[in-house]
Design a protein around this ligand. Structure first.
Ligand code: NCD
Length: 292
C-alpha cells in the first residue's frame, strides 16, 4: 500500500504501521542525521492555526532528509487575508511544492484540499476532527515505551470532546486489543461516535482508574474551541503518580497548560518529551513513504 494524501487514521492498516515503525526505528538509530533521501523535494507548511511541534518537526524532518521547506506559518501574511479560499491557496502552493502539510480550524479541510490538489496533502489537524500524524507518533511511543500494543489499559484524561489527538488515537488503537478509560469533566466527554457502549468506561475522576492504567494520555482544555462555563480544570498530581504502576507511561501531545505539574517531568514515567522527539522520526518515515 502506498498512501498519497494522509487525511485520517482510517487509511492506516497494520502492515502500514509496521513499515512506518520499522523505518522510524531505523531513523531513530541514526538520530535523524544523514538520511538524504528527499534532496530536491520541497514541502509547503500551510498553517491556519498556531503550531510549535507539528510545524517545526515537519520542517526539521524534511530538512534532515535533504529537502527544503516553504513555511507559511501565519496565513495572515498571505493572500488568505485578501479573502483567498483554501482551494486556491492549495492549488497555488501545489505549483511550487511536492507535498503540502495543512493545519486548518475546520473539520474536513484537509479532505477539501486533497480534492483539488495535484500533490499529496498531509492533515496536520483539522479543527476538532483528526490529527493522524500525531496518532502515528503516539502509537509509536506506546510501542517503544511499553514494548507492545495489545493487552494494554489506556486512560485518556482531559478535554476529550474537542481534542483531535485523542479522536485520532482512539480510532487507531481500535486495530489492537486495548481497554479504554475516558476521564473528563461531564461537559468535555468523548463524543459518542468514539465510545463503544458497554465496553469503554467513562469517569469524571482519575482516582477510579489510575492504578490499573498502563498508559495515561493527558490533554489540555481546548479553550480556543468553546467558551468554558464554570470550572473545567483537572490536573495530574504527585499523589496520582504514587499509586500509579511503576511501569506506567505518561503521555501528553503538548502544549500543556497546567494539567501536568513541572515537578513530574523528572519522573521516568513521564514520556512526553520522548514522545515529541519520536514525532521527528515518525514524520521522517512518513515523508519518505509519501514522497517515495
Ligand atoms: C495538539 C493539536 O494541535 O491538536 N498539539 C500538537 O499537535 N502536538 C494538541 C493541542 O493543541 O492541545
Amino acid at each position: 500500500m502506498r498512501l498519497s494524501h494522509v487525511l485520517s487514521v482510517d487509511q492506516f492498516d497494520k502492515p502500514f504501521l509496521t513499515e512506518m515503525f520499522y523505518q522510524a526505528g531505523w531513523i531513530r538509530q541514526a538520530a535523524g542525521h544523514s538520511i538524504v533521501h528527499l534532496r530536491g523535494k520541497l514541502l509547503a507548511n500551510l498553517f491556519y492555526e498556531p503550531s510549535t511541534r507539528t510545524s517545526s518537526s515537519f520542517y526539521s524532518a524534511m530538512s534532515r532528509l535533504g529537502g527544503t521547506v516553504l513555511p507559511i506559518n501565519d496565513v495572515t501574511f498571505s493572500s488568505v487575508s485578501k479573502g483567498e479560499i483554501l482551494e486556491d491557496t492549495v492549488r497555488t502552493l501545489a505549483c511550487y511544492s511536492d507535498v503540502i502539510v495543512l493545519r486548518h480550524p475546520e473539520v474536513g479541510a484537509a479532505a477539501r484540499a486533497a480534492a483539488c490538489s495535484p500533490v499529496p496533502i498531509i492533515n496536520a489537524g483539522d479543527g476538532i476532527g483528526e490529527h493522524p500524524t500525531q496518532a502515528l507518533l503516539d502509537l509509536y511511543t506506546i510501542q517503544v515505551e511499553q514494548g507492545r500494543l495489545d493487552g494494554l489499559t489506556l486512560t485518556m484524561m482531559g478535554d476529550l470532546k474537542h481534542g483531535r489527538t485523542v479522536h485520532s488515537l482512539v480510532k487507531l488503537l481500535r486495530l489492537y486489543d486495548v481497554s479504554f478509560n475516558f476521564v473528563s469533566p461531564v461537559e468535555l466527554r468523548m463524543p459518542a461516535e468514539y465510545v463503544r457502549p458497554g465496553i469503554d468506561r467513562e469517569f469524571t475522576e482519575l482516582e477510579a482508574v489510575i492504578e490499573q492504567t498502563d498508559v495515561l494520555y493527558v490533554t489540555r482544555v481546548q479553550k480556543e474551541r468553546f467558551n468554558p462555563v464554570g470550572d473545567v480544570d483537572y490536573a495530574l498530581t504527585t499523589e496520582h503518580m504514587t499509586i500509579a504502576k511503576p511501569s506506567m507511561t505518561l503521555m501528553h501531545p503538548l502544549p500543556r497548560v497546567n494539567e501536568i505539574p513541572l515537578a513530574l517531568d523528572a519522573d521516568p514515567r513521564a514520556a512526553y518529551f520522548r514522545q515529541m522527539r519520536n514525532g521527528l522520526f515518525v514524520r521522517m518515515a512518513l515523508l519518505m513513504h509519501v514522497l517515495g
